[in-house]
Design a protein around this ligand. Structure first.
Ligand SMILES: NC(=O)C1=CN([C@@H]2O[C@H](COP(=O)(O)OP(=O)(O)OC[C@H]3O[C@@H](n4cnc5c(N)ncnc54)[C@H](OP(=O)(O)O)[C@@H]3O)[C@@H](O)[C@H]2O)C=CC1
Ligand SMILES: O=CCCC(=O)O
Length: 291
């Protein structure tokens, strides 16, 4: 199966590599074209533009930073829309809001193409290990055609119905995750300032009813003030912002998420946006920058 892949950041690179490893023919494009070279070493071809990739491939996957990147890759000059046509499918796996996804869907449908949104749960390591959770919605026939690729990239795929449902599900999940990360950070600070061992707190948490992979994986690095980016903080703050907008639309009061968003914004103002989202711990501590 030949697929196109647009966007080779932390996630896109790992996902495209998995496809190559499993025998897919992959044509890649990235805004910073030099990032394609590593994929070429693993057998990928390069498309000079998103339009060139779509022209060559029946199915094209995108994994881009945010709504503005997702829209730009489709609607700009040399974008996806120039070559999408009947018989071709476009699968956007970026985390965006339902409105962005719908705009892309409508434009692609007008040209006779198929569209599926398919944001993912799981981070850098699950992407490398093909263990993502895929939250797809849109054209069912395209979902079925994409299952061989989803099976390589993920451990479980959900088909959630009409376009927008995948985006919304992803934002709800990340809203919960961002709020949990803030509560966890406050707990680490409180333990430390009240004279307790943070490592003992991690041990206690891991044995109880709120044990979870995020505390287990991020906690030891956080207490060492180490935040190598798996999920960049700027993207988590984007997701909190989009989830709060979804709350606005549906008149859902979310004071916990709103407070968490403020902490992520504060962390961005401290120039921690490119670090892992666990660096919000620095903002909660009140640091000027990571120690
Ligand atoms: N990291 C994670 O753990 C997870 C991330 N996600 C979501 O997946 C998406 C990608 O995340 P991640 O890989 O971490 O992000 P990165 O920041 O590592 O990569 C972002 C990608 O988007 C591209 N890009 C940014 N702006 C534009 C633009 N205007 N036009 C074209 N391309 C653009 C970048 O290109 P360039 O290289 O040129 O900058 C890069 O390829 C995001 O929506 C994120 O929220 C979902 C689940 C987990
Ligand atoms: O969107 C990013 C999700 C990161 C994760 O699920 O660990």
């Amino acid at each position: 199966m030949e697929v196109g892949f647009l966007g080779l950041g932390i996630m896109g690179k790992a996902m495209a590599l998995n496809l190559l490893r499993h025998g897919f023919k992959v044509t890649v494009w990235n805004r910073t074209l030099s990032k394609c070279e590593e994929l070429v070493e693993h057998g990928a071809s390069i498309g000079e533009t998103p339009a060139a990739v779509v022209k060559k491939c029946k199915y094209t996957i995108a994994m881009l930073s945010d709504p503005s990147a997702a829209l730009s890759v489709v609607f700009s000059k040399d974008g996806v829309l120039e070559q999408i046509c009947e018989g071709k499918g476009y699968i956007d796996m970026s985390t965006v809001d339902a409105d962005t996804s719908s705009k892309i869907y409508e434009a692609i449908e007008k040209k006779g193409g198929y569209f599926l949104e398919a944001p993912v749960s799981g981070s850098k390591k699950p992407a490398e290990d093909g263990q993502l959770v895929i939250l797809a919605a849109g054209e069912k026939a395209l979902y079925e055609a994409a299952i061989p690729a989803f099976d390589v990239m993920g451990k479980k795929s959900f088909f959630l119905g009409k376009v927008g449902n995948g985006a919304k599900m992803k934002l709800v999940v990340n809203m919960i995750m961002g709020s949990m990360m803030n509560a966890f950070s406050e707990g680490l600070v409180l333990a430390d300032r009240s004279g307790l061992s943070q490592q003992t707190l991690l041990d206690v948490l891991d044995l109880g009813g709120i044990a979870n992979p995020m505390f287990r994986q991020k906690g030891p690095a956080m207490i060492q003030n180490s935040y190598a980016p798996a999920f960049p903080l700027k993207h988590q703050q984007k997701d909190m912002r989009l989830a709060l907008a979804l709350g606005d639309e549906n008149a859902v009061s979310m004071p916990v998420a709103a407070a968490a968003n403020e902490a992520f914004k504060k962390a961005r103002s401290l120039e921690l946006g490119d670090l892992d989202f666990s660096a919000v711990y620095e903002a909660v501590k009140g640091s000027k920058s990571p120690a």
